[in-house]
Write a new protein. Structure first.
Length: 159
């Protein structure tokens, strides 16, 4: 059984999003143990100050990297990452399973991820050229993980 660690900066505030994530975590439990770690987003006083944003991202990076198991297959969700089909994502998840079964995935803050985190990751993944609300992306990620495992196990969920 795989071990998934999903690290996100910020927490879900809306109940319906928390319920959706809980549903996919429940479904995933037949394929993987899921550890969800929420890191508090660093406060930024001046959103127009790029230097202040970089300092916040660097602080978040240290917490993100500390939260991910060192020997895990690391996947960063980031805008410049490569887009994949569901089958291709399933193959990436399968690779992580084959490389020890520990997979870490990270969603950064609304400002993204530090380059430091991206460099530490084995894969840079983008879900779309569209911009999604940070909190909705968490639901999309958990659904996609569930879909990946159903593909890997030959289940009918993926049509």
């Amino acid at each position: 059984m795989a071990n998934l660690t999903v690290v996100t900066v910020g927490s879900l505030k809306e109940g319906y999003l928390r319920e959706a994530v809980a549903e996919y975590k429940k479904r995933l439990s037949q394929y993987a143990r899921v550890d969800e770690i929420e890191i508090k987003e660093e406060r930024i006083n001046n959103e127009d100050n790029r230097a202040e944003i970089e300092v916040a991202l660097a602080r978040e990076a240290d917490k993100i990297l500390a939260a991910m198991p060192k020997d895990s297959y690391k996947i960063a969700l980031c805008v410049e990452g490569k887009q994949h089909t569901s089958e291709e994502l399933a193959r990436i998840i399968g690779e992580g399973c084959d490389k020890g079964g520990k997979i870490s995935l990270v969603i950064g803050s609304s400002y993204g991820l530090s380059e430091k985190v991206k460099r530490e990751c084995d894969v840079r993944l983008s879900f779309s050229k569209l911009t999604f609300p940070h909190q909705l992306m968490k639901v999309i990620l958990f659904e996609s993980l569930y879909r990946s495992f159903t593909i890997l196990h030959g289940k009918r969920y993926h049509k």
